[in-house]
Design a protein around this ligand. Structure first.
Ligand code: SF4
Length: 237
Protein backbone atom coordinates (compact mmCIF):
# COMPACT_ATOMS: atom_id res chain seq x y z
CA UNK A 1 0.00 0.00 0.00
CA UNK A 2 1.17 3.60 -0.54
CA UNK A 3 1.86 6.03 2.32
CA UNK A 4 2.23 9.65 1.29
CA UNK A 5 2.67 12.24 4.03
CA UNK A 6 4.23 14.36 1.25
CA UNK A 7 3.32 14.69 -2.40
CA UNK A 8 5.05 16.46 -5.26
CA UNK A 9 8.52 16.47 -6.74
CA UNK A 10 10.72 18.03 -9.36
CA UNK A 11 12.53 16.57 -12.32
CA UNK A 12 15.78 14.91 -11.35
CA UNK A 13 17.05 12.90 -14.31
CA UNK A 14 16.04 11.30 -17.59
CA UNK A 15 13.68 8.77 -16.06
CA UNK A 16 11.49 11.63 -14.81
CA UNK A 17 10.26 12.61 -18.29
CA UNK A 18 7.06 10.60 -17.93
CA UNK A 19 6.92 10.60 -14.13
CA UNK A 20 4.18 8.23 -13.04
CA UNK A 21 3.47 10.19 -9.86
CA UNK A 22 3.08 13.47 -11.77
CA UNK A 23 0.59 11.86 -14.17
CA UNK A 24 -1.30 10.31 -11.28
CA UNK A 25 -1.42 13.66 -9.44
CA UNK A 26 -2.96 15.33 -12.50
CA UNK A 27 -5.59 12.61 -12.70
CA UNK A 28 -6.45 13.02 -9.01
CA UNK A 29 -6.57 16.80 -9.44
CA UNK A 30 -9.05 16.42 -12.31
CA UNK A 31 -11.16 14.11 -10.15
CA UNK A 32 -11.35 16.81 -7.47
CA UNK A 33 -9.24 15.09 -4.81
CA UNK A 34 -8.59 17.92 -2.29
CA UNK A 35 -5.09 16.62 -1.54
CA UNK A 36 -4.20 17.22 -5.19
CA UNK A 37 -5.87 20.63 -5.56
CA UNK A 38 -2.41 21.99 -6.48
CA UNK A 39 -1.48 19.07 -8.70
CA UNK A 40 2.07 17.84 -8.23
CA UNK A 41 3.27 20.89 -6.29
CA UNK A 42 5.29 19.86 -3.24
CA UNK A 43 3.10 19.79 -0.11
CA UNK A 44 3.38 18.20 3.32
CA UNK A 45 0.34 16.74 5.11
CA UNK A 46 0.06 16.02 8.80
CA UNK A 47 -2.73 13.43 8.75
CA UNK A 48 -1.07 10.56 6.93
CA UNK A 49 1.96 11.06 9.12
CA UNK A 50 -0.09 9.81 12.05
CA UNK A 51 -1.71 6.93 10.22
CA UNK A 52 -2.33 4.00 12.58
CA UNK A 53 -0.19 1.28 11.00
CA UNK A 54 -0.68 -0.92 14.03
CA UNK A 55 -4.17 -1.87 12.93
CA UNK A 56 -2.86 -3.46 9.71
CA UNK A 57 -1.54 -7.02 9.36
CA UNK A 58 2.12 -7.17 8.24
CA UNK A 59 2.13 -5.25 4.98
CA UNK A 60 4.53 -3.94 2.34
CA UNK A 61 4.21 -0.16 2.31
CA UNK A 62 5.60 2.14 -0.40
CA UNK A 63 6.50 5.26 1.56
CA UNK A 64 6.51 8.35 -0.62
CA UNK A 65 5.22 6.81 -3.82
CA UNK A 66 4.03 10.31 -4.84
CA UNK A 67 7.26 12.13 -4.03
CA UNK A 68 10.99 11.73 -3.47
CA UNK A 69 11.84 12.17 0.21
CA UNK A 70 15.45 13.13 -0.52
CA UNK A 71 14.78 16.12 -2.76
CA UNK A 72 16.51 19.26 -1.44
CA UNK A 73 13.35 21.09 -0.37
CA UNK A 74 12.49 18.53 2.30
CA UNK A 75 14.27 19.30 5.59
CA UNK A 76 16.56 16.66 7.01
CA UNK A 77 14.59 16.65 10.30
CA UNK A 78 11.47 15.67 8.36
CA UNK A 79 13.23 12.75 6.68
CA UNK A 80 14.47 11.57 10.07
CA UNK A 81 10.87 11.73 11.35
CA UNK A 82 9.81 9.51 8.45
CA UNK A 83 12.53 7.02 9.43
CA UNK A 84 11.26 7.03 13.03
CA UNK A 85 7.75 6.21 11.83
CA UNK A 86 9.25 3.19 10.06
CA UNK A 87 11.29 2.23 13.13
CA UNK A 88 8.14 2.37 15.24
CA UNK A 89 6.23 -0.02 12.99
CA UNK A 90 8.60 -2.99 12.76
CA UNK A 91 6.06 -5.58 11.58
CA UNK A 92 5.68 -3.82 8.21
CA UNK A 93 8.21 -3.66 5.39
CA UNK A 94 8.56 -0.08 4.13
CA UNK A 95 10.06 0.74 0.77
CA UNK A 96 11.54 4.13 -0.10
CA UNK A 97 12.96 4.91 -3.52
CA UNK A 98 15.04 7.89 -4.55
CA UNK A 99 16.85 9.46 -7.44
CA UNK A 100 18.36 12.07 -5.11
CA UNK A 101 20.97 9.55 -4.13
CA UNK A 102 23.79 11.97 -3.33
CA UNK A 103 21.75 13.55 -0.54
CA UNK A 104 20.69 10.20 0.86
CA UNK A 105 24.34 9.15 0.90
CA UNK A 106 25.46 12.39 2.54
CA UNK A 107 22.86 11.94 5.30
CA UNK A 108 23.49 8.24 5.81
CA UNK A 109 25.47 8.45 9.06
CA UNK A 110 22.76 10.61 10.64
CA UNK A 111 19.84 8.38 9.62
CA UNK A 112 18.49 5.74 12.02
CA UNK A 113 18.35 2.91 9.47
CA UNK A 114 15.43 0.56 10.26
CA UNK A 115 15.74 -3.19 9.66
CA UNK A 116 12.25 -3.07 8.10
CA UNK A 117 13.20 -0.63 5.34
CA UNK A 118 14.02 -1.62 1.76
CA UNK A 119 16.03 1.28 0.33
CA UNK A 120 15.86 1.59 -3.43
CA UNK A 121 17.70 3.82 -5.88
CA UNK A 122 16.70 4.31 -9.48
CA UNK A 123 19.30 3.73 -12.17
CA UNK A 124 17.50 4.26 -15.44
CA UNK A 125 20.58 4.93 -17.59
CA UNK A 126 24.14 3.67 -17.66
CA UNK A 127 25.44 7.12 -16.71
CA UNK A 128 23.75 6.85 -13.30
CA UNK A 129 25.42 3.58 -12.26
CA UNK A 130 27.42 5.52 -9.66
CA UNK A 131 24.16 5.67 -7.64
CA UNK A 132 24.59 1.94 -6.91
CA UNK A 133 27.98 2.62 -5.29
CA UNK A 134 26.46 5.37 -3.17
CA UNK A 135 23.62 3.11 -2.02
CA UNK A 136 26.11 0.36 -1.18
CA UNK A 137 27.97 2.82 1.02
CA UNK A 138 24.94 3.65 3.21
CA UNK A 139 23.69 1.96 6.36
CA UNK A 140 20.58 0.55 4.68
CA UNK A 141 19.96 -3.07 5.72
CA UNK A 142 18.13 -4.06 2.53
CA UNK A 143 19.08 -2.56 -0.80
CA UNK A 144 17.48 -2.73 -4.24
CA UNK A 145 17.73 -1.03 -7.63
CA UNK A 146 14.96 0.16 -9.92
CA UNK A 147 16.38 -0.28 -13.42
CA UNK A 148 13.26 1.33 -14.80
CA UNK A 149 12.31 2.86 -17.04
CA UNK A 150 15.34 1.20 -18.61
CA UNK A 151 16.79 3.68 -21.13
CA UNK A 152 20.16 2.18 -22.01
CA UNK A 153 22.34 -0.86 -21.81
CA UNK A 154 24.00 -1.11 -18.39
CA UNK A 155 27.07 -3.08 -19.43
CA UNK A 156 28.90 -4.51 -16.43
CA UNK A 157 27.16 -3.72 -13.15
CA UNK A 158 28.50 -4.30 -9.65
CA UNK A 159 25.56 -5.70 -7.67
CA UNK A 160 27.48 -6.69 -4.57
CA UNK A 161 25.28 -6.09 -1.53
CA UNK A 162 22.20 -5.46 -3.66
CA UNK A 163 19.41 -7.93 -2.99
CA UNK A 164 16.95 -7.13 -5.74
CA UNK A 165 16.93 -5.59 -9.22
CA UNK A 166 13.60 -4.46 -10.64
CA UNK A 167 13.83 -4.19 -14.43
CA UNK A 168 11.28 -2.77 -16.82
CA UNK A 169 10.68 -0.75 -19.96
CA UNK A 170 8.88 2.55 -20.15
CA UNK A 171 5.14 2.62 -20.78
CA UNK A 172 2.57 5.19 -21.81
CA UNK A 173 2.31 7.69 -24.68
CA UNK A 174 5.75 8.71 -25.96
CA UNK A 175 7.45 5.73 -24.31
CA UNK A 176 11.12 5.14 -25.10
CA UNK A 177 11.40 1.56 -26.26
CA UNK A 178 13.56 -0.85 -24.32
CA UNK A 179 15.95 -3.23 -26.11
CA UNK A 180 15.73 -6.92 -25.35
CA UNK A 181 19.52 -7.15 -25.07
CA UNK A 182 19.53 -4.56 -22.23
CA UNK A 183 17.14 -6.73 -20.23
CA UNK A 184 19.04 -9.94 -20.92
CA UNK A 185 22.30 -8.30 -19.88
CA UNK A 186 20.82 -7.27 -16.52
CA UNK A 187 19.39 -10.75 -16.04
CA UNK A 188 22.77 -12.32 -16.59
CA UNK A 189 24.45 -9.78 -14.26
CA UNK A 190 21.87 -10.66 -11.58
CA UNK A 191 22.28 -14.42 -12.10
CA UNK A 192 26.06 -14.14 -11.96
CA UNK A 193 26.07 -12.12 -8.74
CA UNK A 194 23.16 -13.72 -6.86
CA UNK A 195 20.83 -10.74 -7.07
CA UNK A 196 17.09 -11.41 -7.46
CA UNK A 197 16.02 -10.37 -10.99
CA UNK A 198 12.47 -9.03 -11.04
CA UNK A 199 11.11 -8.38 -14.52
CA UNK A 200 8.30 -5.85 -14.34
CA UNK A 201 7.33 -5.26 -17.97
CA UNK A 202 8.47 -4.70 -21.54
CA UNK A 203 6.79 -1.30 -21.55
CA UNK A 204 4.92 0.22 -24.47
CA UNK A 205 1.48 1.62 -25.09
CA UNK A 206 -1.42 1.05 -24.61
CA UNK A 207 -1.21 -0.55 -21.16
CA UNK A 208 -3.35 -3.55 -22.13
CA UNK A 209 -0.74 -4.59 -24.69
CA UNK A 210 2.14 -4.68 -22.22
CA UNK A 211 3.65 -8.05 -21.48
CA UNK A 212 5.51 -8.88 -18.29
CA UNK A 213 6.97 -12.22 -19.38
CA UNK A 214 10.46 -13.05 -20.52
CA UNK A 215 10.79 -16.28 -22.50
CA UNK A 216 7.19 -17.07 -21.63
CA UNK A 217 7.57 -16.86 -17.88
CA UNK A 218 7.31 -14.35 -15.08
CA UNK A 219 10.47 -13.53 -13.17
CA UNK A 220 11.06 -12.46 -9.67
CA UNK A 221 9.81 -12.55 -6.16
CA UNK A 222 9.04 -9.05 -4.95
CA UNK A 223 10.39 -8.81 -1.41
CA UNK A 224 7.82 -8.78 1.37
CA UNK A 225 7.80 -8.69 5.15
CA UNK A 226 9.65 -12.03 5.28
CA UNK A 227 12.94 -10.21 4.62
CA UNK A 228 12.74 -8.36 7.95
CA UNK A 229 15.39 -9.77 10.28
CA UNK A 230 16.34 -8.63 13.76
CA UNK A 231 14.87 -5.61 15.47
CA UNK A 232 15.34 -1.87 15.50
CA UNK A 233 16.83 -1.57 18.98
CA UNK A 234 20.25 -0.50 17.70
CA UNK A 235 18.78 2.30 15.61
CA UNK A 236 16.94 3.64 18.66
CA UNK A 237 20.08 3.96 20.79
S1 SF4 B 1 12.38 11.90 -8.94
FE1 SF4 B 1 10.69 10.41 -9.06
S2 SF4 B 1 8.90 11.46 -8.19
FE2 SF4 B 1 10.45 13.04 -8.67
S3 SF4 B 1 9.89 13.74 -10.75
FE3 SF4 B 1 11.44 12.11 -10.96
S4 SF4 B 1 10.24 10.22 -11.26
FE4 SF4 B 1 8.84 11.79 -10.42
Amino acid sequence: MPWNPIKGCKTRSEGCRHCWANTRAKTLQERGDPKYRNGFKLEVFEYPFHFDFEKLPPTRIFAGSMTDFFQDEIPEEYIIRVFYVILSNPKHLFLISTKFVERMHAMSSRLPWPVNLLMVVTVEHEKYKYRIDLLRDTGAHHKAIFFEPLLSDMGEVNLEGIGWAFVGGESGPGFRAVQESWIRNLKSECDRQGCEFIFKQWGGHPRESIDARLDGRYYGRIPGVEIIQGDNSEAFT
